[in-house]
Design a protein around this ligand. Structure first.
Ligand code: GLN
Length: 485
């Protein structure tokens, strides 16, 4: 058989079900790929022995009725995994071995899959390039000088390099969709509350959402189906009937109304991004969708609002890392206060410290009303723009990112230019809506670019259907030369 790892998750599942490949053969093939791809630095931890054991157990007693039968999966190192180190890309958690499993990963294992390893990410998921990780930057398989996006950069890199058949990331301001766009893969940020946050290392709790990262839209539907669902351990989890996204996937989008927001055409956007957007519009129109110009007037405030709300919540969430309860503890402090100080200054990297400083400032008395409270009000206006538009449309089409993958080191000394990467992705998190990034083409350097589909709350099926129809007609295939092995 041809390379068994170079296929979609759906094809791999079919191969397992029809016994063309065993779970053990599959797992061994991924282990081999991972071992020859150390240069990419996509993994923080591998769990090969455990994975091979699980594969053997599956092969001895297969259950082909599961959604993910005998499928090994690597996941972002932000998901707590029982008895397996979980670092969140930080030095402060370099010795943290959770005694519990996140709900989302447990859901995946309950559907027949098992853990292959933990994927590198920006420290506490703060970043757009995977350069803030304590465990080193990750390389984009598209090119050895390129970032894989962030914060789920280990996930996007591993997926694009065939080191895992599918994966999961988290998206607080774009961390699934932006790395998907940079690597020519599919990434979905679900509606806030669709996937449980329980057991995920918290960044900004009112924005964080877990979601699938896959090679195809169908794979994305399979993974979403497996990982989502109500969880009483997360007070923001939505209690609703579970959906069969993959079974209900349809490619007929005739008559659907697609909104095109004028505010997503920004200054200095490369010509190719604009052209790609035009191409996307044409494809959807040719498939029978109706394009409707819309306005989301508060979009320009989304980035500043996000960079107040997210650091504020982060500064509160990260207060728990004090060297006492768990994680890294400095040996330097002479007394308790000094131990706290040294632990936090040695344990956190620069970007995390920057966010804690900003967050603490905007929450401080005297500045709270001017910054945090104001940001919460603007957040409501951003949400209202979407609500008003969705009265007349089914979904929104925009570029996923203002550029393709940039070079390693290009933006590390300029946080604001790094933050500008999130310009098209953060509004969706602030409004709690689902959004999908799908590969749509390449720029003049041959680097992938994605288009984003935004849906109404809980309308994942519709954006998956539009993506499915788009994928069939766009004819874009991500071609990556395996230069690293
Ligand atoms: N790049 C954004 C940030 O640095 C988003 C990160 C994320 O979605 N986790 O905050």
């Amino acid at each position: 058989m041809a390379d068994i790892t170079n296929q979609s998750l759906n094809e791999i599942i079919e191969n397992v079900k029809t016994k063309k490949v065993s779970s053990t053969e599959l797992t061994k093939a991924y282990v081999k790929n991972i071992e020859s791809a150390k240069k990419l630095n996509a993994f923080v931890t591998t769990t090969f022995d455990q994975a091979l054991d699980k594969a053997k157990q599956f092969d001895n007693k297969p259950n082909f009725d599961q959604l993910l039968p005998g499928i090994p999966l690597a996941v972002k190192d932000l998901f707590c995994t029982e008895n397996t180190k979980t670092t969140a890309g930080s030095n402060i958690l370099n010795n943290f071995i959770p005694s519990y499993e996140s709900t989302v990963t447990k859901n995946l294992w309950d559907h027949g899959s098992f853990l292959l390893g933990k994927l590198n990410c920006d420290e506490f998921a703060m970043g757009s390039s995977n350069e803030t990780s304590h465990y080193g930057n990750v390389i984009n398989p598209v090119g050895d000088q390129l970032v894989p996006g962030g914060s789920s950069g280990g996930s996007s890199s591993a997926l694009a390099a065939d080191l895992t058949p599918a994966t999961i990331g988290t998206d607080t301001g774009g961390s699934i969709r932006q790395p998907a766009s940079f690597t020519g893969t599919v990434g979905l940020k679900p509606t806030y509350g669709l996937c449980s946050r329980w057991g995920i290392v918290a960044f900004a709790s009112s924005l964080d959402q877990a979601g699938p990262m896959t090679k195809t839209i169908q794979d994305c539907a399979i993974m979403l189906e497996a990982m989502s669902g109500f969880d009483k351990k997360d007070s923001t989890s939505i209690n609703k009937k579970e959906e069969q996204y993959s079974k209900n996937l349809k490619d007929n989008i005739k008559g659907l109304k697609i909104g095109i927001p004028k505010e997503y055409r920004v200054d200095n956007m490369p010509k190719e991004v604009d052209e790609l957007w035009e191409k996307g519009k044409k494809i959807l129109k040719d498939l029978g969708a109706q394009l409707i110009d819309i306005s989301l007037p508060h979009t320009k405030y989304a980035l500043p609002t996000y960079y107040i709300v997210a650091p504020a919540e982060a500064s509160s969430n990260l207060a728990r890392y004090d060297g006492v309860r768990y994680g890294y503890r400095s040996k330097q402090g002479k007394d308790l206060i000094e131990m706290y100080e040294k632990t936090r200054s040695e344990g956190f990297g620069d970007e995390v410290k920057r966010r804690i400083l900003i967050g603490t400032y905007v929450l401080s008395s005297g500045y709270y009303d001017a910054y945090y409270l104001k940001a919460q009000k603007v957040r409501q206006l951003i949400k209202k723009d979407f609500d008003d538009s969705f009265k007349k449309i089914d979904a929104i089409l925009t570029p996923s990112t203002p550029s393709s993958a940039f070079k390693i080191g290009e933006k590390t000394n300029d946080p604001v230019s790094m933050y500008l990467n999130d310009i098209f992705t953060v509004p969706v998190n602030l409004a709690g809506l689902p959004a999908l990034s799908m590969p749509a083409g390449v720029d003049n350097k041959g680097h992938p670019l994605g288009l984003q589909l935004i849906g109404k709350a809980l309308d994942e099926q519709k954006i998956l259907n539009i993506g499915y129809a788009f994928e069939k007609n766009c004819c874009f295939r991500n071609k990556i030369k395996k230069w690293w092995s």
